[in-house]
Design a protein around this ligand. Structure first.
Ligand SMILES: *Cc1c(COP(=O)(O)O)cnc(C)c1O
Length: 386
């Protein structure tokens, strides 16, 4: 029998979350962002739940090829554009739309031989200082692209650094919106500004008014993490607040049970010492499966976990292939545990309850994005329609 660990992708939840993003986006079209292999879900697996999107956004050309191989004929956007001139040949052949964020990418386009003019998204660095043209250089880049026979249509985009809340004393996205709007006011072309956080949070802001909200949602929103059931602004809000459903369940089982006397320790480094006699379940899941080692390090620092649908917590350090959980609340609720009992690391229990990946990520000092993307290649996957 293989190790009992299994990741399950829930297609119905993906459909539901896509619908939520759509509702928040108003008249804007929705890019389903499927970079990093659909945030760890697998492009082929997630496709069944996301095919209702208006387009797919990603950054790896091999992933774009996989989408075309699934017979997706609609828009595909390369979020970082081309990495070398050769990539433009694939863009022409597969009809990929691509971001242009620097002069060199325009040079490559100008030298590219094609019968098929490209749709490009010119990116502005409106304050994040990652990719894009600064506002002062934006218009010249736009004019250069507009004049190229290789370019069919120029769209405009930018990306927010703080759409998930207020950071570092700046007020969210306002200064970036202002910068973008001011520098593009008289340029034609479709626009795209919002990621998940901006789409969900700012769609609801009354002070923007309907026109302001539509201007922000613009022509395209780019939703990633919300599609995958995580609240983009956790812990300010949780996924239930945004009515998002978990799209991935990471499940395993108890493979051993230890009766630990008071004063005995559990796991490497004796990082947890039993304060009273307790029963500890050993679970077939470790950091080599992608579970975050930092989810449990010290005596009172254990991430939540569901055993037979009952909430408990990790004890001791996460090791490569195993982790330990306190069975006390589980047995108090439903009697003795047995080998083979269901353990949910995140997602949905067959017994009903849900454990949000956001909570586990928070306990590990990280974000759900990282956990979802990190599920290891050795973990088998299943797909369900729920
Ligand atoms: C990843 C990415 C997104 C999606 O972000 P989420 O926070 O997952 O919604 C949108 N736009 C760009 C440019 C990205 O790189």
């Amino acid at each position: 029998m293989p190790r009992p660990i299994l990741a399950t992708v829930h297609l119905g939840a993906l459909r539901h979350n896509l619908q939520r993003c759509r509702a928040a986006a108003g008249a804007a079209r929705v890019w389903a962002v499927v970079k990093a292999n659909a945030y760890g879900h697998g492009i082929e697996r997630a496709f069944g739940g996301l095919r209702g999107a208006d387009g797919f956004a990603l950054l790896d050309l091999a992933e774009a090829e996989r989408l075309r191989a699934l017979d997706w004929r609609g828009p595909i956007l390369l979020l970082e554009g081309c990495f070398e001139p050769r990539d433009l040949e694939l863009c022409s052949r597969l009809n990929l739309w691509h971001v242009v964020h620097c002069e060199q990418q325009i040079d490559w386009l100008a030298a590219h031989k094609t019968q098929q003019p490209h749709r490009v998204f010119l990116k502005m660095n409106s304050g994040m200082n990652r990719l894009g043209f600064r506002p002062a250089a934006f218009r010249a880049a736009w004019a250069r692209l507009q004049a190229l026979p290789q370019v069919a249509e120029v769209s405009l985009m930018t990306h927010f650094s703080d759409a998930d809340g207020q950071r570092f004393g700046r007020e969210g996205i306002a200064h970036q919106v202002q910068t973008f709007v001011a520098a593009t006011a008289d340029l034609p072309g479709e626009r795209s500004l919002c990621n998940s956080a901006a789409t969900l949070r700012h769609a609801l802001q009354r002070q923007l008014g309907p026109d302001g909200r539509q201007a922000l949602a613009a022509d395209w929103v780019r939703c990633g993490i919300a599609l995958y059931g995580s609240a983009p602004d956790h812990p300010a809000h949780d996924a239930a607040h945004w009515d998002l459903q978990p799209t991935m369940t990471l499940a395993s089982r108890l493979i051993a049970i230890q009766d630990v006397p008071a004063g005995d320790s559990v796991g490497y480094g004796s990082a947890f010492v039993a304060p009273q006699p307790m029963r500890v379940g050993i679970v077939a899941c470790g950091y080599a499966d992608g579970y975050p080692r930092h989810a449990s390090l010290g005596q009172d620092h254990g991430a939540p976990v569901l055993v037979r649908g009952v909430r408990t917590r990790l004890v001791g350090r996460v090791s490569m292939d195993m982790l330990a959980v306190d069975l006390t609340p589980v047995e108090a609720h439903g009697g003795p545990c047995h080998l083979g009992d269901e353990v949910i690391l995140w997602g949905r229990s067959a017994h009903g309850p849900v454990l949000r990946v956001d909570e586990v990520a928070h306990a590990a000092g990280t974000i759900a994005y990282e956990l979802l993307c990190a599920v290891a290649a050795r973990v088998p996957f299943a797909v369900t329609d729920d």
